[in-house]
Design a protein around this ligand. Structure first.
Ligand SMILES: C[S@@+](CC[C@H](N)C(=O)[O-])C[C@H]1O[C@@H](n2cnc3c(N)ncnc32)[C@H](O)[C@@H]1O
Length: 367
């Protein structure tokens, strides 16, 4: 069973399905995807500064690339994390940029308390709107989403390579890939309701307040049940930050169903390389602040059997802000009885429909 709670946003009262059980270590939890919105707070920053899987990879890359170099930390956050690590690793200088004012002011207070001003320079603003010199040798930017490109990494780092980095300069991370596999949402959350975690409600409200109205937010699933996948995972979005980096992309993938079950969408997760030759961080199999994202494709679950094939087209196009991608999915499920089931989803960064899919009608009931 679930509870109904109300959130107020722009003078409108919304009913939201909420899981009555509190979140606890290892238990699945449903949240809105938060990383792609300017709503970071100390809690979210702390989930990142305490993420060892993530931090050890960024640290290893900086210890290799930062010594004697000028580094640029895009999205430094309240803790100036990679600017500080870069300087500790021997960088000549770090330029740190943060767009969220609260986080910038906290970072500025940290900077004046702990660091000589000439080692780290901090700027307020969006890297894509700022001009500065000289260009950096290395750009570190942890602006990677649970859907790898969702925070605008492709557009921001294309701009950084064109305007802020020296020719031949390097970007950390090196590569990010989003993988997808066939699932049914209720299998990801076994023996618990399909309902938001209560702790996520303030973030849901912040996203709607930021946009000015509610919309069908992407669904973040923490600790999804390990046995829920109905197919292998395959890459649907590829970001090569030091190579052929595309701000928009489209890819069709065939996912072979490996066991009988029911599917109504896909689960996506991040693989991330900070250096080219390392074992990637895998957000499905490792404990990290990145979670999986569930994307609905069919209004009701479709029975599947081993050997069925989901042909999935996954596209990222720039939203009207020119930075954050909108995602579009279309799917054809070919089942053994010779039938084809078609599904599609538009998942814009902001705006778009509200309660368009049955899953959102259930999560935001009107009565
Ligand atoms: C995922 S957090 C990472 C924070 C910190 N660097 C860390 O790794 O723990 C991303 C941060 O980047 C900031 N950000 C995203 N895009 C930016 C841009 N183009 N320019 C400046 N800041 C940006 C966000 O406001 C947020 O604070």
């Amino acid at each position: 069973m679930y509870n109904i709670k109300k959130i107020e946003t722009h003078g409108r009262s919304l009913r939201v399905r909420v899981d009555p059980e509190p979140e606890r270590e290892g238990r699945p939890a449903l949240w809105p995807s938060v990383g792609e919105y300017p709503i970071y707070d100390p809690f979210l920053y702390t989930t990142m500064t305490t993420d060892d899987e993530r931090n050890e990879r960024f640290r290893a890359a900086l210890s290799q690339l930062a010594p004697d170099r000028n580094i640029l930390d895009i999205g430094t956050g309240q803790d100036l994390l990679w600017a500080r690590e870069g300087v500790q690793a021997g960088a000549q200088h770090a330029l740190a940029i943060e767009v969220i004012e609260d986080a910038f002011h906290k970072a500025a207070a940290n900077l004046s308390a702990f660091y000589p001003q000439d080692q780290i320079t901090l700027l307020l603003g969006e890297s894509t709107n700022l001009q500065f010199a000289p260009r950096a040798d290395v750009c570190v930017a942890e602006i990677i989403g649970s859907l790898a490109g969702a925070e605008g990494a492709a557009a921001v780092l294309t701009d950084a390579r064109n305007r802020h980095l020296k020719p031949g300069g390097l970007v950390v991370p090196h590569r990010a890939v989003t993988l997808a596999a066939a699932v049914r949402l209720s299998d990801l959350l076994p023996e618990q309701p399909v309902a938001f975690a209560e702790a996520s409600l303030p973030y849901l409200r912040s996203i709607f307040d930021w946009h000015g109205m509610p919309f069908d937010v992407r669904l973040r699933v923490e600790n999804p049940s390990a046995g829920a996948l109905l197919s292998e995972g395959a890459p649907v979005e590829v970001l090569d930050f030091n190579g052929d980096l595309r701000t928009e992309q489209r890819r069709t993938t065939r996912l072979a169903i490996t066991r009988p079950g029911h599917m109504d969408g896909v689960l996506t997760w991040l693989n991330l390389w900070c250096l080219p030759d390392e074992e990637p961080l895998d957000a499905l199999h490792m404990k990290t602040n990145w979670a999986t994202i569930y994307l609905p494709l069919f209004e009701s679950p479709v029975p599947v059997a081993a050997g069925d094939v989901l042909e999935l087209t996954f596209a990222a196009t720039l939203s009207d802000d020119g930075i954050h991608p909108d995602y579009q999915l279309s799917a054809a499920l070919h089942t053994a009885d010779g039938r084809e089931h078609h599904g599609a989803l538009a998942s814009p960064h902001h705006g778009g429909s509200f309660r368009a899919y049955s899953i959102y009608q259930r999560l935001f009931p009107t009565s």
